[in-house]
Design a protein around this ligand. Structure first.
Ligand code: PMP
Length: 388
């Protein structure tokens, strides 16, 4: 019997879960050209506005001229080139760790860590709202796998008390659909009491949080002993693509030996590594971009609260507005598009059932005036949908 793809697609439509690409006809930035129209966009994770920064673009062009475009083979064959080596060292230095390892994406890095470190019989404790790639890595690892209530230390402590043997606690540093932070100092204290390891996925914290932009751990003043495994992505605040894991030399050596998603894949482009080196430099040194982003976050939250918009309690660039119903979230994002504002509606299963929302993201590339424009449009659409 053939696979009933038509039936599956129809069911996806019916459940208001159908996903569609749009094709963006220009570089990333606050203004996006989509289908022949210009929108003011609050939807990307390009938090520092580096995806089309002239210095990053130039580093990519020069890198391609010097090193070519492709890595040619896996890192462990002949694909590990000098720009990869320099970037890994720069990332280890920035995050205060002995070593770092590069991956083609954050999804891959999470699968790599969890499948390489955990074995059948080990325990993995997950925050309920962790990113899908951490969940998938956990499933693949074969470890005993439990989810604690979101940021709930009583729930985590309860699970920890029942774990015997090697245990890993995995959490996002900044939660991707809510923008809130994990209570890492409390998680590390509990982990210390039970001899468990902590892994932080800091995809949305790197570049944005902390004095030098080194992320959620720097924000909290935590060190490598408290969080042995740090994963960060390069496609968000750093504006390029890929990811890294940073930690002790022993951790990195273990990934090189045992992480199949590292061993059996082609290295990322050396030209992109050159671009990322430029963006790491900018992210570390250019505090003005982070300060401007923080100012926009304060402005947005202050004014959105005055307008009575249903904000989530988030101190980061991710500022979701809770809607609840998927159809309504889609209709609101459609109405915003009519007003020239591009914001993504996020629906289950990406968020829990009944938790559909508009995921608004602010970036250092936006101006105060653009945030004011967003607020005006949100006020109007929120009003129009108040009794729908
Ligand atoms: N972790 C988190 C928390 C994320 O939000 C994402 C991307 N949405 C990833 C991992 C995956 O990273 P990448 O896009 O580089 O695969």
């Amino acid at each position: 019997m053939a696979f009933d793809l038509a039936g599956r697609l129809a069911a996806q439509q019916q459940a208001q879960r159908y996903r569609r690409h749009v094709c963006v006809q220009g570089p990333q930035g606050p203004l996006l050209q989509i289908d022949g129209r210009e929108y003011l966009a609050f939807a990307s994770n390009d938090y520092l506005g580096l995806a089309s920064h002239p210095q990053v673009v130039e580093a990519l062009q020069q890198g391609a001229g010097r090193w070519g475009v492709g890595g040619g083979s896996a890192h462990l064959v002949t694909g590990h080139m000098q720009p990869h080596e320099e970037l890994a060292q720069a990332l280890a230095d920035w995050t205060g760790r002995e070593a770092a390892l590069l991956f083609g994406s954050g999804y891959q890095a999470n699968l790599a860590v969890l499948t390489a470190l955990l074995q059948a019989g080990d325990h993995l404790l997950h925050d309920r709202l962790n990113h899908a790639s951490l969940l998938d890595g956990g499933r693949l690892s074969g470890a005993r796998f439990q989810r604690y209530l979101h940021n709930d230390m009583t729930s985590l402590a309860g699970h920890l008390a029942r774990c015997q043997g090697d245990t890993m606690i995995a959490t996002d540093g900044v939660f991707s659909m809510d923008g809130d932070l994990a209570p890492l100092p409390d998680i590390c204290t509990l982990a210390g009491q039970h001899g468990a390891w902590v892994m932080v996925d800091d995809a949305h914290g790197i570049g944005v949080l902390g004095e030098s932009g080194a992320g959620t751990l720097e924000h909290y003043g935590l060190d490598a002993r408290q969080v042995p495994v740090l994963m960060g992505t390069l496609g968000k605040a750093l504006g390029t693509s890929g990811a890294f894991v940073a930690g002790s030399r022993e951790l990195i050596e273990s990934l090189i030996q045992f992480a199949r998603p590292y061993i059996y894949t082609t290295s990322s482009s050396p030209a992109v590594a050159c671009a990322t080196l430029a963006s790491v430099r900018l992210a570390r040194e250019d505090n003005d971009r982070r300060a401007h982003l923080q100012e926009l976050i304060r402005l947005f939250r202050h004014e959105a609260a005055l307008l009575g918009l249903p904000l989530v309690d988030s101190p980061t660039a991710i500022q979701p507005l809770l809607v609840g119903d998927s159809g309504r979230a889609l209709a609101m994002s459609q109405r915003l598009r009519e007003l020239g504002i591009w914001v993504t509606a996020i629906r289950p299963p990406t968020v829990p059932e009944g938790g559909a929302r508009l995921r608004i993201t602010l970036t250092a590339g936006h101006s105060r005036e653009q945030v004011e424009q967003l607020l005006t449009a949100l006020e109007q659409v929120h009003g129009e949908f108040a009794n729908v």
